[in-house]
Design a protein around this ligand. Sequence first.
Ligand code: ATP
Ligand code: MG
Length: 197
Amino acid sequence: MSDGRYKARMQRKKAHIDSRIEQANIDKGIIVLLTGNGKGKSSSALGMVCRALGYDMKIGIAKFLKGVQDTGEDAFLAKQPNVQTVSMKTGFTWDTQDKEFDTAMAVETWQKAQNYLEDESIDLVVLDELTYMVSYKYLDEQLILDALNNRPSNQHVVITGRAASDGLIEIANTISEVKDVQHAFRENIKAQKGIDL
Ligand code: ATP
Ligand code: MG
């Protein structure tokens, strides 16, 4: 391609991008859903927490169905005055093998998450591993959708977890599916600090 043709093509591209940026003039809280079987959902949510902290935004994090082991980010977030956290901390369901207990813990954690979703002062709410609460029927999907719909209009929400339900897919503004191509665990490499936990 000649220099002239390349330049003309780039100019057309820039005009198109500029006009798309101009059209996107709505400012509102959005729901980001990170799902799929690959690694990178919760750590991506943490990336957005990091971004938000850079703007002194207030953050509420609810961790559902998490392993009992603390992660590096738990230690980091505990030092952040702008971050509130609630953690279900019951271990995975195949560890507890007690559905009634898991459900009660899920409901308790959800009530705290719901407080975040009603709090105008919280700019970003992370609902980590929430999708399992719906698929295991620990929480009523409609209850979650109602709380999401009724939240403050400028509040952002990030939801993570595999196998997101249709209702969550319907309500989310941005959805990314992380694909599992390969994972070090299958090479018998154990979970690594700073990467996996
Ligand atoms: P991360 O927290 O690393 O972003 P994630 O939120 O996408 O991962 P989860 O299903 O919540 O994934 O699992 C968290 C833990 O399980 C991490 O230690 C992660 O490395 C590991 N993991 C995630 N996906 C896979 C996979 N496909 N195979 C094996 N281990 C995985
Ligand atoms: Mg996760």
